[in-house]
Ligand binder design. Structure first.
Ligand code: ATP
Ligand code: MG
Length: 429
């Protein structure tokens, strides 16, 4: 006698808040986006680099800046079993620079690099803001002139065109060289000190450590004071002005529209000169789909030689959300569904389909596995979305034939010999 005990009730484990599965019905859109981006990057001769998702915590503190949202409150930091402090990467630039220094990629070389993958930030989850999200990052090294800044912007503009994204605008600013920023910083701190009573807690804390970030505040109570603050543009040195002028001229020549936004400072410390964001109004508050700029000091700051650099990152979820809202659908349906009726057909079916695959390498074929009655298999064929059902039953096996049934239009089922099959399929698809 078996001792039947009731299975214990098991709590179902859920995914972590703000970290989402990409389900089979969603993945075709991801794949469409990923392949479009990859093709584009290849056409501009950019090379892929893949970095680990975990790095020393120190890397992010030293690059992104201690007094930034990311380092102050958003990092997933933990001690590993050796007691080392590790962090799930909140962004890719720091890792990319770390890797480039470690492997000598910047030594007398220019690099145009890209990567794609998950990033982690402990933010309040909401539409367009997740704790695991995905970015495409593009980083260039060894080019100090504005042409590479322009190339990055033109490349992203081309991507929007390829994806059919229209409702997006370019916000552009320059933060100047570190010298001109230092001069401006003093003027700004003096101004902010005169309005200390309006500053919120975050801003008071940043007053000494990172005053430019105060300009980026979304606090409505501070907007008027921020709008009236001295303008960085008025404190730029000649080098910064020239660089910006060259960039805007190149963009003008290429017919790229932009809005110069002197309040755009970006949330990471390492930027200098050019900063930009592509913004849409269609996604509500989380409207920035792509952001970047120049970061000439970062390689040196992380222990490498002085290396000019510029790049940007795109938030994939936000871009996909735009595509979905625009009604874009990418399906992943097979072209052909193979119906195998009867024992003989089932035994011979798979090897027959393999030979078909040899001849039709670009056609997607789904084979009925797990048996089932003829009617049920035809139902599955229909549900699969395939255009054609290829039917192998006892008769077909006996006569070395296959029957072709068109699933999306009214037509007589036809039966062809094996040698006629490929030509018949090519005629239909
Ligand atoms: P935001 O102002 O929206 O917080 P950010 O300045 O922190 O953005 P970056 O670090 O510049 O963002 O990252 C580049 C892009 O990555 C953003 O423009 C956005 O599209 C995307 N992104 C950033 N954080 C998230 C997140 N938590 N969830 C989804 N996408 C994100
Ligand atoms: Mg952020």
């Amino acid at each position: 006698m078996t001792n039947k005990t009731k299975p214990a009730k098991v709590n179902k484990i859920q995914s972590i808040r703000g970290m989402h599965d990409v389900l089979p019905e969603q993945s075709p859109l991801w794949q469409f986006f990923e392949s479009t981006v990859k093709k584009l990057l290849q056409s501009y001769a950019y090379s892929e680099i893949r970095m680990p998702v975990v790095e020393s915590t120190d890397l992010f503190c030293r690059s992104i800046g201690e007094v930034t949202d990311i380092v102050e409150k958003e990092m997933y930091t933990f001690e590993d079993r050796n007691g080392d402090s590790l962090t799930l990467r909140p962004e890719g630039t720091a890792s990319c620079v770390r890797s480039g220094i470690q492997h000598g990629l910047f030594h007398n070389q220019q690099q145009r690099l890209w990567y794609m993958g998950p990033m982690f930030r402990h933010e309040r989850p909401q539409k367009g803001r997740y704790r695991q999200f995905h970015q495409v990052g593009i980083e260039t090294f060894g080019m100090s002139s504005a042409d590479i800044d322009a190339e990055l912007i033109l490349m992203s503009a081309r991507l929007w065109k390829l994806l059919g994204i229209k409702d997006v605008r370019l916000e552009l600013n320059t933060l100047g060289t570190s010298e001109s920023r230092a001069a401006y910083r003093q003027v700004l701190v003096d101004y902010l000190n005169q309005h200390k009573e309006i500053l919120d807690e975050d801003s008071l804390r940043r007053l000494e450590s990172n005053p430019l970030r105060i300009l980026d505040s979304k606090n409505p109570a501070m907007q008027e004071m921020i709008d009236a603050a001295p303008d960085l543009m008025d404190y730029l040195d000649e080098e910064s002005k020239d660089h910006f002028k060259q960039l805007t001229t190149m963009l003008d020549n290429a017919g790229i529209e932009y809005n110069i936004n002197s309040r755009l400072v970006r949330g990471l410390d390492y930027y200098c000169k050019t900063v930009f964001e592509w913004v849409t109004d269609s996604l509500g508050a989380q409207g920035t789909i792509c952001a970047g700029g120049r970061y000439d000091g970062l390689v040196q700051q992380l222990g490498g030689r002085e290396t000019p650099a510029a790049g940007f990152a795109m938030g994939i979820e936000r871009i996909l959300s735009l595509l979905e809202d625009a009604g874009m659908q990418v399906d992943n349906t097979p072209d052909i569904y193979i119906v195998l009726q009867g024992d003989d057909a089932q035994l011979q079916g798979l090897s027959f389909v393999e030979s078909l695959r040899d001849q039709l390498p670009d056609i997607n074929i789904q084979t009925n596995c797990g048996g089932g009655a003829f009617k049920g298999q035809i139902k599955k064929a229909d549900k699969s979305g395939a255009k054609i059902a290829l039917i192998m039953g006892d008769d077909e096996v006996a006569n070395n034939t296959v029957s072709i049934k068109l699933l999306r239009e009214k037509a007589e089922q036809i039966t062809v010999t094996h040698s006629e099959l490929v030509a018949a399929i090519n005629k239909i698809l």
